[in-house]
Write a protein that binds this ligand. Sequence first.
Ligand SMILES: Cc1ncc(COP(=O)(O)O)c(C=O)c1O
Length: 306
Amino acid sequence: MNNRHIWIDGSFHKWNEANIHVLTHSLHYGTAVFEGIRCYNTVDGPAIFRLEDHVNRLFNSAKIYFMHIEFSKDQIEDAIIDTIRKNSIVECYVRPLVYFGYGKMGINPLNNKVSVAIALWKWDEYLKKEDFDHGARIMISGWARIDSRTMPVHAKATANYANSALARMEAIKAGFDEAIMLNTIGMVVEASGENIFIVKNNILITPPISSGALEGITRDTVLRLAKDNNIVTKIVDFSKDELYLADEVFLTGTAAEIKTVGEIDNRMIGNGGTGKVTQQIKSMFESLTRGNHKFSKQWLHHINIE
Ligand SMILES: Cc1ncc(COP(=O)(O)O)c(C=O)c1O
């Protein structure tokens, strides 16, 4: 990996030399925010999907944590593009991270430097590879999803991912691929790193952001694709048993893209494979991110890579 480079605060560092001090504030107290962005090899060359929306969410997350980023949104967008160019990897997952760095130890980070790092890697298959007949096997986590009374769920903050990681580890150790999390009043929120959709009687349903779910950019993309195709959508809370009885279930996220769920808590969903509506959404998403959809122009930021 040492031919790869990571951008930190305005300059590139070799992959193996992009280190931080062990007393970095965010390492101890979870005070960092991040993004996950994909660059696709489209029919018109490399393009970043919804770059501006991701950078906006990064700055919103930082705002919630009183982090003053020393770069403008445009500079961060340019830095993301430069990092992809520098590494010459067309199809990649980009991870910008904003963190309170080394300085004073203690809970208050306000006097510590706020740094920005941008790394990328190839992340072809995020959740376990599915085939057409079998979606992911999911369990409902015993861990409740954090809610806005305890943590800012609209911030994509590293601290929130301790809750996610506990759920994901629980699922993996129990032999499942992923965990779905309920909120403290027992309604379905999202998976450990993806939003969730169900299809019931041809209606596409996802929980509202007020359930505690992250305002996913892929979630928004799916809702807009569905609307454009006259698929009836509803944004409402639903319970665990409604999930078990759904005709189709899928997860959405930048890393996971659109993933079919085949089983939940050992109950098969539909015939266990990709259902009709899920397939329709998957196909539209695929053509969108490859530059073949009428929305591609508005959401793909083309870049030149030598
Ligand atoms: C907890 C959680 N929910 C939902 C998502 C999906 O968000 P997006 O589609 O913006 O990647 C993610 C991924 O970032 C996530 O970590």
